[in-house]
Design a protein around this ligand. Sequence first.
Ligand SMILES: [Zn+2]
Length: 185
Amino acid sequence: MKTNMGPFILHNDGGVTNQNMARFGQVVDEVVRVVEGSVVSGLAQVLYGDIHIKVRGRLIIRTIGPPPGVRIEGRIQGRYLRADDAVELRCFKRRKLCVDTLSGVLLHELGHRFWSKHSDHTRCRQWAYYSHRLRISGSKEPSELEKRFPSLYSITCPVEHFCETLAHTDSLSGEQSRALAEIWN
Ligand SMILES: [Zn+2]
């Protein structure tokens, strides 16, 4: 079943309740608000295309460092399918879809679309340099890294850092917002 929702086409790929499909409208509203208000110039170009939503399986992602010894673990909630230029999201069957969580996940995946299809290479390089400097500029304790980055997962690589920055737009520190604007505005 597919439904037009704002700039997206939403596909129920299995098991998502009608109630949760309806709640997805709030996710789209929230994502459109953040993307259209973003300091990242040209970000609104990501507002199109297919979103496949299905009930969550037991997929686990494990990432090891850098820095060495930091293990990040969590369930995959979304992925960007680069070849199809589409997004896949997951939700629980019996639980009410959490609008805040899923809008962050969708913003993250749209960040991947922007980075791989619509961004400027010079800016990508500048971001990678900034991300690297941030990683080496202080303590590598997870609690300290979490203060410098929008999330611990951001230390995986510059691209994930960029996507996490978009996903956490509303809770960035002043320094994080400034860096985003300096590089991408
Ligand atoms: Zn990612």
